[in-house]
Design a protein around this ligand. Structure first.
Ligand code: UDP
Length: 329
């Protein structure tokens, strides 16, 4: 299949590109490199450096493609609280332009990178039918774009799957790709850097939640597993009952902040210096997927089974790339 991957130079996008190439697909990476890394784009792809809001560039880039996997977007909950407009501009308005280009280029198969932040604060099991009441502009922007996809799907303009990720983590198991964000806010890379002495002690955001050890529970899923799910979705989207289908991607297993710290300590053989601080605004106590639909529709089951395996891959990449991708320049 000829697949266009927006945001293909980013963290999850680059892992999906690697998986697509392994399976023999032809890949066009579309990325403006505002957050992605040229070093993460394999030579075997066609690379288009452009903004997804550029209708002419997108229409040209998408010509003769069978499908789009749309990762490009802004992704931080905290960032969206500070600058919500950018989130609506990039994740929603530019997404509409991409859909205009897809229509002009005749591409109707669409896989969208969505998030469990579309649910808001859990009120029961987090299956796909859980109410969608996002509590931050990031979640609102992703949910709004899902609704556009659903509306376009109903009139036959697209067939779409929205993959709602829980906590993407780890690095490609062959060591070739990893996580490199300019302003890192995620727990696992921060804990690893704290253990390695590359940054100060980690702050646990609250230990007074109603969870087994008082810290937040999250569902960490390995980025290679996420990547594989996107490739499965490319086929599944042609045979789903509904033309728009949201699917959770998680393991169904909750891991607390303290358990992540213990895992980083086991894997690195070093203590993670840390202290306990106040809760972070907008953090639900527990976000754990009900993952049944991903198995039923995609035939997807995570292969990386334990938090230690996830942390090991992240640690391996960080040791080889202490400055992230800039270590390679
Ligand atoms: N967390 C923490 N300290 C940090 C970063 C994160 O205690 O420096 C906690 C955060 O409150 C959440 C979990 O770790 O409960 C995962 O946070 P992350 O930002 O990695 O992902 P999120 O769940 O927000 O998407």
């Amino acid at each position: 299949m000829r697949v266009a991957v927006t945001g293909g130079a980013g963290y999850i996008g680059s892992h999906a590109v690697a998986e697509l190439l392994t399976l023999g697909h032809q890949v066009t990476v579309i990325d403006d490199l505002s957050a992605g890394h040229a070093e993460a784009v394999p030579a075997a792809t066609r690379f288009v450096r452009a903004d997804i809001g550029d209708l002419v560039a997108m229409t040209t880039a998408l010509d003769h493609h069978d499908a789009i996997i749309h990762f490009a977007g802004l992704l931080s909950v905290g960032g969206s609280m500070k600058d919500p407009r950018s989130y609506f501009q990039t994740n929603f308005i530019k997404g509409l332009v991409l859909l205009d280009a897809a229509k002009a280029a005749g591409v109707s198969r669409f896989i969208f990178s969505s998030t469990c932040a579309t649910y808001g604060v859990p009120r029961g099991p987090l299956n796909e039918d859980h109410p969608k009441e996002p509590v931050n502009p990031y979640g609102v922007s992703k949910r709004a774009f899902e609704q556009v996809l659903e509306a376009y799907a109903r009139i036959g303009q697209v067939r779409a799957i929205a993959l709602r990720y829980f906590n993407a983590a780890g690095a490609r198991r062959d060591g070739s790709l990893g996580e490199d964000h300019t302003h890192e806010e995620h727990l696992i890379p921060l804990a690893i850097d704290a253990a390695a002495g590359r940054r100060g002690p980690l702050t646990i955001y609250g230990d007074d939640y109603e969870t087994p050890d008082g810290t937040c529970l999250r569902d960490y899923i390995h980025v290679d597993d996420l990547a594989r799910a996107h490739v499965l979705a490319l086929d599944a989207v042609e045979r789903t009952e509904a033309p728009f289908t949201p699917i959770n991607l998680g393991t169904g297993r909750g891991t607390s902040v303290r358990e992540v710290i213990q895992s980083v300590e086991r894997v690195t053989g070093t203590k993670v210096p840390h202290s306990v601080g106040p809760r972070r605004p907008g953090d639900p106590p527990a976000l754990v997927a009900a993952p049944q639909r991903s198995l039923a529709i995609l035939g997807f089951e995570p292969q990386v089974a334990s938090i230690d395996e996830i942390v090991e891959t992240a640690w391996k990449w960080r040791k080889a790339h202490p400055q992230g991708y800039s270590s390679e320049r």
